[in-house]
Design a protein. Structure first.
Length: 54
């Protein structure tokens, strides 16, 4: 099936399961860190003061 999709002489690569798991863990941690940092800073702001500069 892959030869019919990729064409003659082309083949799909094989990705090991641990590489997929590592990529998911890494991207998940980056997303949590860079999502939690701004949220934590925003939670520390005074609501009235934050709206003043909006």
């Amino acid at each position: 099936m892959s030869a019919a999709v990729a064409g003659p002489g082309l083949s799909f690569g094989v990705v090991p399961w641990w590489a997929v798991a590592l990529a998911l863990l890494f991207s998940g941690r980056v997303g949590i860190v860079f999502g939690a940092m701004p949220a934590r800073q925003a939670a520390r702001l005074d609501p009235i003061g934050a709206l003043r500069y909006d």
